[in-house]
Design a protein around this ligand. Structure first.
Ligand code: HEC
Ligand code: HEC
Ligand code: HEC
Ligand code: HEC
Ligand code: HEC
Length: 189
């Protein structure tokens, strides 16, 4: 039951490149050049803005003082502990002690050992395209909830045009697909 005339990979590629090109404050650009062959023209990007990071600016870097003052926030444990140096190079906060995904695997299980196939952004080390490394109002530090997380990179029209998705009727993408990986390339749950 594979569909034919599938054009989504091209669209997805553009969307993914757009995302990776944009949220590149630290690791994006360098990973981008490893992961993909070319860096896209900035103006070819049609992006949904990511939820802005809660932490920004040097005052926060210096004090970390608002860590406890965000009611209702899920705070990432090392951030809550103000263990900024677990991830950021203390000499140069713009550099990470390790690029993703290795940065995350210092403390979390290597997803590559759990799944035969990894979802593209997991394999590529773009954990923070879906998770906020500091805190989020959403469970699991997710940046965008529900199917919109998927539509950030996968064009909604192209997903909808797949006959497998004709009758989703309010289902979540993650009812069928796993966000991290699976037994085959369709990363089913
Ligand atoms: C678990 C790893 C981790 C910890 C711990 C961490 N950060 Fe970050 N931080 C990141 C990553 C990764 C980025 C890159 C931006 C992104 O991917 O969202 C970042 C980005 C930033 C930025 C740039 C603005 C932004 O939010 O994108 C600031 C400022 C910052 N961190 C401050 C801190 C401070 C202060 C602490 C300690 C209280 C801290 N970070 C702890 C991983 C971490
Ligand atoms: C210094 C250790 C450390 C690093 C580095 C680290 N984490 Fe964590 N993370 C933790 C701890 C401790 C917890 C809380 C315990 C748990 O839920 O596993 C946590 C929790 C989480 C959760 C929430 C888990 C849940 O069930 O809600 C997510 C998502 C997460 N981390 C993602 C990341 C990502 C993405 C990175 C890399 C950018 C990262 N972590 C790097 C230590 C770390
Ligand atoms: C495409 C979006 C996406 C990417 C990329 C992603 N995650 Fe997740 N992650 C999720 C979602 C959604 C959940 C919530 C649980 C679920 O639905 O499977 C989650 C849950 C988690 C959890 C908590 C629950 C669990 O499975 O232990 C951790 C820890 C985590 N992710 C770490 C990571 C790390 C590390 C990376 C990068 C190697 C990563 N994630 C990349 C979407 C993503
Ligand atoms: C950060 C961008 C990004 C996000 C967010 C994202 N994906 Fe993906 N997804 C990709 C990339 C990149 C690939 C790999 C495409 C390739 O290999 O050609 C991919 C591949 C897939 C595939 C396999 C398709 C195939 O034919 O190989 C499925 C299924 C999928 N994603 C579902 C989801 C679901 C469900 C979500 C939401 C939970 C999601 N994606 C969120 C970037 C993303
Ligand atoms: C009822 C289960 C189910 C749900 C819910 C579901 N999918 Fe799928 N998805 C499938 C099946 C089945 C395939 C096709 C696998 C094949 O072609 O062999 C697929 C294929 C895909 C592919 C690769 C082929 C393509 O069309 O590009 C992507 C990407 C994808 N799904 C994303 C999503 C997203 C995003 C959502 C949420 C809007 C979603 N899926 C919801 C079952 C589901």
């Amino acid at each position: 039951m594979r569909q034919t005339g599938n054009i989504w990979p091209g669209l997805l590629f553009v969307a993914a490149i757009a995302l990776f090109g944009q949220c590149s404050s630290y690791t994006g650009k360098s990973l981008l050049t490893i992961f993909f062959d070319g860096v896209p023209e900035e103006d070819s990007l049609a992006l949904h803005p990511l939820a802005p990071d809660v932490v920004s600016g040097d005052s926060v870097l210096l004090t970390g003082s608002d860590v406890d003052s965000e009611p209702g926030m899920m705070v990432h444990y090392p951030y809550e502990e103000r263990d900024c140096g677990a991830c950021h190079d203390p000499q140069s906060l713009g550099s990470m002690v390790e690029p993703q995904p290795g940065l995350c695997y210092m403390c979390h299980e290597d997803l590559g050992t759990l799944y035969e196939y990894l979802h593209g952004p997991v394999a590529g080390g773009y954990c923070t395209s879906c998770h906020d490394p500091h805190m989020s109002e959403n469970e699991h530090l997710i940046r965008i909830v529900g199917n919109q997380l998927c539509f950030y990179c996968h064009r909604e029209e192209s997903v909808a045009s797949n006959e497998m998705h004709m009758d989703l009727d309010g289902m979540e993408c993650t009812d069928c697909h796993n966000a991290h990986g699976g037994d085959d390339k369709y990363i089913f749950q």
